[in-house]
Ligand binder design. Structure first.
Ligand SMILES: [Zn+2]
Length: 257
């Protein structure tokens, strides 16, 4: 029996045009930050760890003045990964695997709370994060990911539990080594957690990229592959930061699968 739960691990206000690049700038927009907990008979996988709780309490120290010009953390108390897991009766030591879609601050801020987990990250993502300036336009904050954790780099598609039910797969472009998650459970339809390979349904439906990206043509290819999973393979798509979808999504402790 496999279950998947959606967790609220933050809330951020930013300019809508930064996410949907052909819109008029100047429209503030509050978007959810989400993580997913996959419960599999062989262990639990957490996909993304959200915004660190310090970003809500002391944003200047955590995020820095430059980043605060572009966004505001709007999270409420409890909107971070450890209390969210507690809604499922889980503690950090119950998590066997953590997979980061990528290493932007709102996807790996809670990594440090999982010192006993094995971290699964695409090789180009970790290698570029560890060499600041190596990849232009990509320099994630060491304070979020650079802890003494058991990082295992993976190359391309990765079958987490070896039975084809929980698959990490590359969706590069937003960052050099972004990955998404596919979960299949019995006869039920498959779900895909796109993370920032597709911020919102609008990005996919209108084929519009965000402003925040590493490589536009690579990201376009990833977006097209995700669209195929949704429109041809019938997968249910969870977008990375889609307020309308989040409103309609069952939250933990209710499962989405
Ligand atoms: Zn991102």
């Amino acid at each position: 029996m496999i279950n998947v739960y959606a967790l609220c691990t933050g809330s951020i206000e930013l300019d809508r045009a930064s996410m949907v690049s052909d819109l008029e700038p100047g429209q503030p927009w509050t978007v959810p930050v989400t993580s997913f907990l996959v419960s599999h008979p062989r262990g639990k996988l957490l996909f993304d760890t959200g915004v660190h709780c310090q970003a809500r309490l002391d944003p200047l120290t955590r995020l820095g003045a430059e980043r605060m010009k572009r966004l505001t953390v709007k999270s409420q108390a409890g909107d971070d990964v450890v209390p969210q897991l507690a809604t499922l009766g889980l503690h950090p030591e119950d998590i066997r695997y953590v997979a980061n879609s990528h290493l932007h601050f709102d996807h790996c801020g809670g990594n440090e709370f999982f010192p006993r987990a094995t971290f699964l990250v695409q090789r180009p993502e970790l290698e570029s994060a560890r060499r600041p300036g190596f990849v232009p336009s990509y320099s994630p904050s060491p304070i979020d990911f650079d802890h003494p954790l058991d990082y295992r780099t993976i190359d391309g598609e990765h079958d987490v539990f070896g039975d084809g039910s929980v698959i990490l797969f590359p969706t590069y472009g937003h960052t050099p080594g972004h990955q998404s998650l596919r979960v299949r459970s019995g006869k039920q339809a498959e779900i895909v957690c796109a993370s920032d390979a597709c911020y919102t349904r609008e990005n996919m439906d209108r084929d519009v990229l965000p402003k925040i990206l590493w490589n536009a043509s690579v990201m376009s290819e990833s977006l097209a592959a995700l669209r195929k999973l949704r429109d041809q393979a019938g997968a249910t798509m969870f977008y990375g930061h889609d307020p309308a979808q989040w409103q309609a999504t069952p939250r933990a402790p209710a499962p989405v699968l």
